[in-house]
Design a protein around this ligand. Structure first.
Ligand code: PHE
Ligand code: NA
Length: 455
């Protein structure tokens, strides 16, 4: 009997969910600083080149594999190459691990959304976050222990509810709520930021091109690294989402829409974040370079400072900023969870509810146990480093090389599959990118990371 696979209600439903996965914390707290730090306006050149020579080609490959074989990574790759199951399970494992801490970061952002009212972080925002809030000194009597616990329970309850709903009534519906909400929250935040005094100082710093930097190979690696992370390619998410598409789907058209939406969102984020940083620099008489930062530092050290500098009107800006992180995070978390849930359904022919209960439940329990108390920042750092730099890169590299180097005979059928209905036809150029460019860049990136680790 043929498997009754769930599907999206329409291609638009799929595109919204794929955008929800791609647009995440990376767009808001990662891209602006990476661009600023790697040449400002000039970074657009390596960024666009990375996008078109690696990010989009790999996105197409993920879509084709998931759609053609209608499976999550383990079964999908097994159908393409002999050793494929291992690659698929590797990507599944990486997704499972990422979900554990991604949920914790959402809870941090959610807590800060509440702290915004009254700006509970006080004067020393760094110390508040590191010592008081996530208290990695391990003080179990801290008021933040029950709060973190409650937050984790709420985030996991919401995530499980969405996953129990299945593809259409769960994942797709959640994204149809999250994406518009994100656009409203973040749009208001950006609008507010660009109207602040000093915004133009930040924007000038952000866009000012530093062409000399383009000679530095690390700038190019940063561009490729960011594009992979930002498009959520190479660790099974896009394979899994594409496996729920209807038979006749214009895959390349969908990929281009998703890529364009994701890049637009990061560019707008860069404008909003650097406008706010410019305001801060002007107010405190510092240079933009002294204020600018990315990641946890931007969200939990610098942004609270910016909000405090605004006085009482900062409360609402904080709500918008941290609210955006929560909403963007939820739609990404859902996509990460879908990978292991879908993989065990394929493998053991479990019903959706059972797979969600077992896999989602295990992930929730580990996440809650690990992050309610204790050394969470260090833990997040280590896992994040491993998962993002090694897990994803290695997973992406294995899947590409397995196909384009060791199973070239499969390529014609993949091309035939995508070109049958897609608007943008793929051919020699696409194969060249995935055979030569992407593996080279990923190998160099992985090599450098391993050297760094050994040191
Ligand atoms: N692509 C997401 C972003 O840019 C990050 C992400 C990572 C999403 C892992 C899903 C899984 O923020
Ligand atoms: Na992204």
């Amino acid at each position: 009997m043929a498997e009754q696979r769930e599907n999206w209600s329409s291609r638009t439903g799929f595109i919204i969910a794929a955008v929800g996965s791609a647009v995440g914390l990376g767009n808001i707290w990662r891209f602006p600083y990476v661009a600023y730090d790697n040449g400002g306006g000039a970074f657009m050149v390596p960024y666009l080149i990375a996008l078109f020579t690696a990010g989009i080609p790999l996105l197409f490959l993920d879509y084709i594999i998931g759609h053609k074989y209608r499976s999550a990574p383990p079964r999908a790759y097994k159908k393409v190459v002999k050793s494929g199951q291992f690659i698929g399970w590797w990507q599944t494992l990486v997704s499972f691990v990422i979900a554990i801490y991604y949920a914790a970061v959402i809870v941090w952002a959610g807590s800060y959304m509440l702290f915004s009212f009254g700006q509970k972080w006080g004067e020393d925002t760094t110390n508040f976050f590191v010592s008081d809030f996530i208290h990695h000194t391990g003080d179990l009597t801290s008021v933040f222990v029950p709060q973190m616990f409650t937050g984790l329970i709420i985030v996991w309850a919401v995530a499980m509810l969405i996953m129990f709903g299945g593809i259409r009534k769960g994942v797709e519906l959640a994204n149809k709520i999250c994406i518009p909400l994100l656009i409203v929250l973040f749009g208001m935040m950006v609008f507010k930021a660009i109207t602040l005094p000093g915004a133009s100082i930040g924007l000038n710093a952000f866009f000012e091109p530093n062409w000399e930097k383009m000679a530095d190979p690390s700038v190019w690696l940063a561009a490729y690294g960011h594009v992979f992370f930002s498009l959520s390619v190479g660790f099974g998410i896009m394979v899994t989402y594409a496996s729920y598409l209807q038979k006749n789907t214009n895959l390349t058209g969908a990929g281009l829409v998703v890529g364009f939406a994701n890049s637009s969102f990061e560019l707008i984020a860069g404008i909003g974040i650097f406008a706010a940083i410019g305001f801060m620099a002007m107010s405190t008489g510092q240079d933009v370079s002294e204020v600018a930062s990315g990641g946890v530092g931007l969200a939990f050290f610098v942004f609270p400072k910016i909000i405090s500098t605004m006085g009482a009107s900062g409360d609402f800006v904080g709500f918008l900023f941290f609210g955006s992180l929560v909403v963007a995070g939820i739609s990404s978390l859902v996509s990460i969870l879908e990978v292991p849930i879908s993989a065990v359904q394929d493998k053991f022919a479990w019903q959706r509810k059972k797979a969600v209960a077992v896999i989602g439940g295990a992930c929730a329990v580990i996440s809650i146990a690990a992050f309610s108390t204790g050394s969470s920042l260090i833990l997040v750092d280590v896992i994040d480093h491993f998962a993002n730099n090694i897990g994803i890169v290695a997973g992406g590299l294995m899947s590409i090389v397995a196909i384009t180097w060791f199973n070239r005979q499969q390529i014609p059928s993949l091309l035939a599959h995508v070109n049958r209905i897609s608007s943008v036809k793929l051919g020699g150029a696409w194969v060249f990118m995935l055979t030569v460019i992407t593996p080279t860049v990923l190998t160099v990136a992985l090599g450098l990371k391993l050297i760094e680790l050994v040191k």
